[in-house]
Design a protein around this ligand. Structure first.
Ligand SMILES: Cc1ncc(COP(=O)(O)O)c(C=O)c1O
Length: 507
C-alpha cells in the first residue's frame, strides 16, 4: 500500500517540520526518511540556526507513527552535527553550519568555478586525452574478444576450491596480504613460467596484479617519465597504449610485419626511446610471431641504450601449429625485460588476476608503486588458483581448451572461406582465440563494426588498433566464446553485414 503522509512546514520556531514526504511504501526505513527530510531542510536553508524541532512524541503523533523511528532520526541528526540537544528545552538546529544561519545559498553566477556547465578543475594532463570506448567495444555477441568457452570451464571444481578458501578463517586469507601477492601463488606461477614459457624467474620476481592492464599501467608508472618516447606496435593493443599515454609517454608507432615488430624502424624513429611495449609471441592484432633475429636485435638495442622491454605474453598458451614458443624474457641476459602474463585467457577475464616477472633490481620500485595504487591482490582467489594448479585442474583445463580452440579455429577458417571466398584474408590465427580478417577497399571498418553490432555481432575494427592511418581495413574476431556449432551461422551473418554495404563486399 502506498500511503504518503505529507509533513507540512509551518512557520514558528517550535513548529517547523520538513516540507517533504514520509513514504510508507518506500524501502528506505522511516528513521532514514525523517533524518533526510530534516537534513535537507537544514542544508537548503529552510530551517535556520536555533529553530526548535518538534519533540519526538509530537512528531510521532503528527505522522501517525511510533516514536522509535523519530528518536532514531533525531539521534542521527545529533550524531552528524546538524542539531544539538539542550537539556530540558528540546532539539535545535545548530548555529555553526554555513547555511543554517540564514537563507538558502545563493545560486552560482555564470563564470563562478562551480556554476553548472562551467569548466571543472580536473587534470588536464595526459589522461585528459584518453577516449571513452566506442559502442562496439562494450557490445556483447559472437566474436567478442577476450571471451572464453564458458561451457568448458570446470566451474564445479573451481567453485569448490574458492568456497574452501573463502571459509578459511586463517588470518592470512582475511587480513591485508603482501603487496607482491600470495607466496604459494607466486611460487606456482614462477614454476609454470619456467616450465611452460621459458621465463627465467623465481617467486621473488613475481608481482601479482589485477590483469595485464594493471601490470602495464604499473610498468608505465615505474619506468616512464612524462615525455619519454615509447615504441608501440602499429597496429597494436589499445589497452597498453592507453596505459602508456596515461603515464605521459610520447607514443611512437612502430610497424609490424610477418616477423613482428620492425626493430630497425623503431630505432630510426626513436633511438632514444625509454621503453617498448610488444606482444612477441602472438602480435596483437595481426598475429605474427617475432623472429629470433628481431628478438636478438631488440635485446641488443635495449642493452646498448638502457631501454626497457615490456613483453605482453597474453595468450601464448594457445598455439596451434607448433609448441608454444618461449618468451622473449628467456633470451634476455641483461635484465631489461618486464614480462607480463594474465589468467584472463586461461581462466576467465573477470577474475582480474595477472602477474609480472620483473628484473630483480626493479622489484622494490614496482612493489612501492603497486602498494601506493592498490595495496594487495585478493588472497583467497590466488590461494584457490594455487590449489587449482596443485590438484591438476589447470593442466587438464589447458589441454582440453587447446583442443577445443583448435577446433573452433578450423571452423572459423572454413566458415570464413565458405562465406567470403578469397575476398577476406585471414591473419593471426596460428595462436590465441581470435583472428583478423583483412579486406581491400570499400567499407570503413568502424562503420562495418557498428553495423555488425546492430546485428548482434561484436567485432573490433582494425583501424581502432592503429595510432596513425591504417594500411589495411579489417576486423578482429574473437572465437573463444562462440559455441562451435554456432560459428557458421555467425559468420554467415557477418557476410550479410558486409553485403549491406551496397552489395560490394560479396561481389
Ligand atoms: C594484447 C592483450 N594483452 C592483454 C590482454 C588481457 O588483458 P587483461 O589481463 O587485463 O584482462 C588482452 C585482452 O584482450 C590483449 O588483447
Amino acid at each position: 500500500m502506498t500511503t504518503r503522509i505529507q509533513i507540512d512546514m509551518r512557520p514558528g520556531p517550535s513548529q517547523l517540520l520538513p516540507s517533504s514526504f514520509i513514504d510508507h511504501a518506500s524501502t528506505t526505513p522511516l528513521h532514514r526518511q525523517i533524518f533526510q527530510a530534516y537534513r535537507d531542510a537544514i542544508v537548503e536553508g529552510r530551517l535556520h540556526a536555533g529553530d526548535r524541532l518538534h519533540s519526538s512524541r509530537q512528531l510521532a503523533a503528527l505522522l501517525g507513527i511510533s516514536r522509535i523511528p523519530v528518536v532514531g532520526a533525531y539521534d542521527q541528526l545529533l550524531a552528524e552535527g546538524y542539531c544539538e540537544s539542550r537539556v530540558g528545552a528540546g532539539t535545535f538546529v545548530v548555529g555553526r553550519l554555513p547555511v543554517a544561519s540564514g537563507a538558502a545559498p545563493s545560486p552560482l553566477a555564470a563564470g563562478e568555478p562551480g556554476a553548472p556547465g562551467g569548466p571543472r578543475d580536473i587534470s588536464q594532463g595526459p589522461v585528459a586525452r584518453l577516449q571513452p570506448s566506442p559502442p562496439w567495444l562494450v557490445h556483447p555477441g559472437a566474436f567478442a574478444l577476450g571471451e572464453i568457452a564458458v561451457d568448458h570451464f570446470p566451474f564445479a571444481s573451481w567453485a569448490r576450491l574458492v568456497a574452501r578458501r573463502s571459509r578459511d578463517t586463517d588470518l592470512a586469507q582475511v587480513r591485508y596480504g603482501g603487496g607482491m601477492g600470495f607466496l604459494p601463488f607466486r611460487e606456482a606461477i614462477a614454476d609454470y613460467l619456467r616450465r611452460e614459457r621459458g621465463v627465467r624467474c623465481g617467486a621473488e620476481q613475481i608481482v601479482v596484479v589485477s590483469g595485464s592492464q594493471q601490470a602495464i599501467d604499473l610498468a608505465a608508472r615505474v619506468l616512464i617519465d612524462p615525455g619519454n618516447a615509447v615504441w608501440v606496435e602499429e597496429p597494436g593493443y589499445w589497452g597498453a597504449r592507453n596505459a602508456m599515454a596515461a603515464a605521459g609517454a610520447r607514443l611512437v608507432p612502430v610497424p609490424v610485419d610477418d616477423e613482428g615488430l620492425d626493430v630497425e624502424t623503431g630505432i630510426a624513429r626513436a633511438p632514444e626511446a625509454r621503453a617498448v611495449y610488444l606482444t612477441p609471441s602472438h602480435q596483437f592484432p595481426l598475429g605474427a610471431m617475432m623472429s629470433a633475429t628481431r628478438r636478438l636485435r631488440l635485446l641488443d638495442w635495449a642493452r646498448r641504450t638502457g631501454a626497457w622491454i615490456i613483453e605482453d605474453d597474453y595468450n601464448s598458451e594457445y598455439r596451434y601449429q607448433s609448441q608454444p614458443i618461449t618468451a622473449l624474457q628467456g633470451l634476455d641476459r641483461d635484465a631489461r625485460v618486464v614480462y607480463v602474463g594474465t589468467l584472463s585467457k586461461v581462466l576467465f577475464p573477470a577474475l582480474r588476476i595477472g602477474y609480472l616477472a620483473l628484473p630483480p633490481d626493479l622489484v622494490a620500485r614496482f612493489l612501492a608503486t603497486r602498494v601506493a595504487m592498490d595495496i594487495c591482490p585478493p588472497t583467497a582467489l590466488q590461494a584457490a588458483f594455487a590449489d587449482f594448479i596443485a590438484a591438476g585442474h589447470f593442466a587438464r583445463h589447458l589441454r582440453r581448451t587447446r583442443e577445443l580452440y583448435a577446433e573452433k579455429r578450423l571452423a572459423m577458417g572454413s566458415a570464413i572461406r565458405e562465406a567470403f571466398g578469397d575476398r577476406l584474408r585471414i591473419q593471426g590465427d596460428r595462436a590465441g582465440m581470435h583472428l583478423t580478417v583483412i579486406y581491400e577497399g570499400f567499407a570503413d571498418d568502424r562503420e562495418l563494426a557498428q553495423r555488425a553490432a546492430d546485428r548482434g555481432l561484436w567485432t573490433l575494427p582494425l583501424s581502432y588498433c592503429h595510432l596513425g592511418p591504417p594500411q589495411h581495413r579489417g576486423l578482429v574476431l574473437g572465437y573463444g566464446g562462440v559455441p562451435l556449432a554456432e560459428i557458421p551461422a555467425a559468420v554467415a551473418r557477418l557476410r550479410e553485414v558486409f553485403d549491406s554495404f551496397d552489395g560490394k563486399a560479396g561481389s
